[in-house]
Write a protein of this length. Structure first.
Lengths: 417, 166
C-alpha cells in the first residue's frame, strides 16, 4: 500500500520550531535600532570613518540572513542572534587591505550597548547581550558601477591580506525574487502564530529610541515566509547543533541559502522541502568528494563573488556535511512514520530539546479541543489530521476534508452484565 | 448535523461500499464471518504513524460500526492499564480489542442513514491523533462527553454506590 508522501502533522510541528528559533517582531525592532545606531555612531565627529561616510554615495544596510529574513538563534544553550551589516563606502586609495577593518575597529569603539568588540578576518564583530553584529566594509567598484558591486577585505592576523569581489545586496535581491511565495492565508496563519507564541529575547528599546525610530523608514527588509526560507532556517539550526562541538569550520550560510533557492519548491510540504534541500547539498558534497574539488557556487548576480571561497577546504569538510545531510534525511524519514512521542524525540535530536519543548507546548495549545472548539480536517485517503489547512502543503490542502462534529464517549461492557 | 448528507432511509450496504471505495481506496472490504457482519480493513493515520484498523458493521441492524485497532494493537501508557485509555467501548475480556467510542449515542451523532466513509473513518483518524497525544503526556485533548475512560467511569460509579450506603 502506498500512502501519499505528505506529512501534515510533522510539517505543522516544524513550522512551530521555525517560529521559536527566529527573531520575534520585538527582536527585529531592537536589531533595526542597532543598524540605525551604526550610522549615527560611525558618523560621529570623533569617528575616523566620518569623512568617508558623510557623502551621498555611502550606505549602511543589512546583509546575509537579515537581508533575506532568515536569521535564527545561534547559540544552543543561550539564544543569541548573529546579524551582519555592510558599510558601502569609498575607501581611500592609500589605505592598505588591512586599514579598512583596522579603522572600522577604532570607529566602533564605544558603540552603545556593546559588551565587546572584536577585529575578525573579514569583519568587526560587536557583541551585545543576546546579539552579535558582524560589520564589514565594502569598497564600491569603479563607475559605471553595477548596483552595489564591490570588494570586501580579507585581513587575517597572519598571512597576506587581499580584496574579495562581492555583491551581497544583489544576492539578497536575487534570493527574494527566486523563492516561491505562499498564499495569503499561509502568511496570515504564520503571523498569528508568531504573535501568539513568539519569544522576545533582546532588551527592550527605551521610549526615546522607539519614538525616534518610528520617524524613519525600515532598514531591515521584511521576513520572507516562504517554505524554502523556513526549510533554510531549520537546516541552519540543525547544523548549528551538529557543529557546536566540532573544531571544523562551518559551511557558509550564503552557500546554504543559494541551495535553498536552487533546490526548488516542494509541493508536499515543509518536511519534504527540508529533505529536498538536504538532498541537494548531499549531492553537491558527494560529487565534490569524488573529484576532490568544489563545490564552487557563485553569486548569481555577480560571477566573481565565490560563495565557497573559504569552505570546504578538505575532503573531511565535504564528508562531514554529506554525513550530516544523510542523518537529517533519514531522521525525517523516521519521523514521517513515527507516533507523536517518537516524532517529538526525533525533532528534539535534530533541533534541540529546549526549542522542541517550546514548539510542542504551542502545538498542544492549538490542538486542545477542550478549550478550543476548532474543527479539524483530515487528508482524504490517509486520514492524517491536518492541524491548520492554511499552512498545509498544497498537495495536502486540496484533499482536506472537514471532520463532522461529534463527541467522544465511553461505554463499559460491565454495565450490560 | 452540519455538512452531512442525511438520507431518508438507512443506507444500503452497496452505497456504503461504493463510498468507502471512492473515499478510502486503501480499505479492503469482505464478509468473512458467515453472518451479516461485514468488515473493512485498511490503514489510517492520525498524525504520521499508520495503523491497521478494522471497521465492523451489520448492515441489517441499526447498530453502529465498530472500529478496532489491529496493528499496532491498542496499548496503555507505560505502567498504566487498559482501563485508563480514553474513549473506548471497553471489552473487559479482551481489552486490546476494545472498540473506539467515537460519538455520543445520546446525541444521535451517528445513524445508519449516514455514510461510514464520511463519519466513522474521520472520527477514527481524529481519535488516533488524540490517542498519540495522550500517550505523549497522559492528557486527552480531544474533548468528549461523560467520563474520559472506563477507569474514571467505574470510579464514579463506585463513588455513587458507596455514597448511597447508610
Amino acid at each position: 500500500m502506498t500512502f501519499q508522501y505528505t506529512a501534515p502533522g510533522l510539517d505543522d510541528l516544524l513550522l512551530d520550531v521555525v517560529t521559536v528559533i527566529e527573531l520575534s517582531d520585538h527582536d527585529r525592532e531592537v536589531a533595526e535600532n542597532r543598524y540605525r545606531q551604526l550610522k549615527q555612531h560611525l558618523e560621529r565627529p570623533s569617528s575616523p570613518l566620518r569623512e568617508f561616510l558623510l557623502n551621498n554615495s555611502s550606505l549602511i544596510y543589512p546583509q546575509g540572513s537579515m537581508a533575506i529574513g532568515a536569521t535564527i538563534i545561534s547559540g544552543i544553550d543561550e539564544d543569541r542572534f548573529d546579524v551582519d551589516a555592510l558599510i558601502d563606502m569609498k575607501v581611500p586609495g592609500h589605505w592598505s587591505d588591512d586599514d579598512a577593518l583596522d579603522q572600522l575597529f577604532v570607529a566602533l569603539q564605544g558603540f552603545p550597548g556593546a559588551r565587546k568588540i572584536l577585529r575578525c578576518t573579514r569583519c568587526v564583530q560587536i557583541q551585545f547581550a543576546f546579539m552579535h553584529m558582524d560589520v564589514t566594509i565594502l569598497d564600491p567598484a569603479a563607475a559605471p558601477r553595477p548596483e552595489r558591486i564591490g570588494e570586501i577585505f580579507h585581513s587575517p592576523d597572519a598571512g597576506p591580506s587581499y580584496r574579495v569581489p562581492a555583491n551581497p545586496y544583489g544576492f539578497g535581491i536575487w534570493f527574494r525574487s527566486t523563492v516561491v511565495y505562499p498564499a495569503q492565508e499561509y502568511l496570515d496563519e504564520v503571523k498569528a502564530r508568531r504573535r501568539a507564541y513568539g519569544i522576545d529575547r533582546l532588551t527592550p528599546l527605551s521610549l526615546v529610541e522607539k519614538a525616534e525610530q518610528e520617524k524613519l523608514p525600515p532598514v531591515i527588509p521584511p521576513r520572507i515566509d516562504a517554505q524554502q526560507v523556513h526549510a533554510l532556517k531549520l537546516l541552519k539550526r540543525y547544523l548549528n547543533r551538529r557543529y557546536e562541538e566540532r573544531r571544523l569550520r562551518r559551511p557558509p550560510s550564503v552557500y546554504l541559502t543559494k541551495k535553498a533557492s536552487t533546490c526548488g519548491h516542494e509541493p508536499n510540504g515543509l518536511t519534504s522541502q527540508l529533505q529536498r534541500l538536504a538532498g541537494a547539498i548531499k549531492l553537491d558534497m558527494d560529487v565534490a568528494v569524488l573529484i576532490n574539488n568544489g563545490p564552487d557556487e557563485r553569486n548569481p548576480t555577480y560571477e566573481p563573488d565565490r560563495l565557497n571561497d573559504r569552505w570546504p577546504v578538505t575532503q573531511g569538510d565535504r564528508r562531514m556535511l554529506a554525513d550530516d545531510m544523510s542523518h537529517l534525511i533519514e531522521s525525517l524519514e523516521r519521523a514521517r512514520r513515527a507516533e507523536f512521542k517518537d516524532m517529538v524525540a526525533i525533532v528534539a535530536d535534530l533541533f534541540g530539546e529546549r526549542v522542541t519543548n517550546r514548539s510542542v507546548e504551542t502545538f498542544m495549545k492549538r490542538m486542545d479541543r477542550r478549550s478550543n472548539r476548532r474543527t479539524l480536517h483530515v487528508e482524504r485517503g490517509t486520514g492524517a489530521i491536518i492541524p491548520a489547512t492554511a499552512v498545509a502543503a498544497p498537495a495536502v490542502a486540496k484533499s482536506a476534508v472537514e471532520v463532522p462534529r461529534h463527541n467522544f464517549h465511553v461505554e463499559d461492557d460491565r454495565e450490560d452484565e | 448535523m452540519k455538512g452531512l448528507g442525511y438520507h431518508q432511509r438507512p443506507r444500503k450496504l452497496s452505497a456504503q461500499v461504493a463510498r468507502m471505495n471512492a473515499k478510502w481506496p486503501h480499505f479492503a472490504f469482505d464478509q468473512p464471518f458467515g453472518t451479516t457482519l461485514v468488515r473493512w480493513i485498511g490503514k489510517l493515520r492520525g498524525w504520521q504513524k499508520e495503523y491497521l484498523i478494522a471497521v465492523l458493521w451489520d448492515p441489517t441492524s441499526a447498530d453502529r460500526p465498530y472500529v478496532i485497532l489491529l496493528d499496532p494493537e491498542l496499548r496503555p501508557r507505560d505502567g498504566g492499564k487498559f482501563e485508563d485509555i480514553p474513549h473506548l467501548m471497553f471489552d473487559s475480556k479482551d481489552p486490546e480489542l476494545s472498540a473506539l467510542c467515537l460519538f455520543d449515542p445520546a446525541g444521535r451523532e451517528w445513524t445508519n442513514k449516514l455514510l461510514i466513509a464520511d463519519t466513522t473513518i474521520h472520527w477514527a483518524a481524529e481519535w488516533l491523533a488524540y490517542y498519540e497525544l495522550w500517550h505523549f503526556d497522559g492528557i486527552w485533548r480531544g474533548g468528549g462527553v461523560g467520563p474520559e475512560s472506563i477507569a474514571e467511569a467505574r470510579a464514579a460509579a463506585l463513588h455513587r454506590a458507596t455514597s448511597k450506603l447508610p
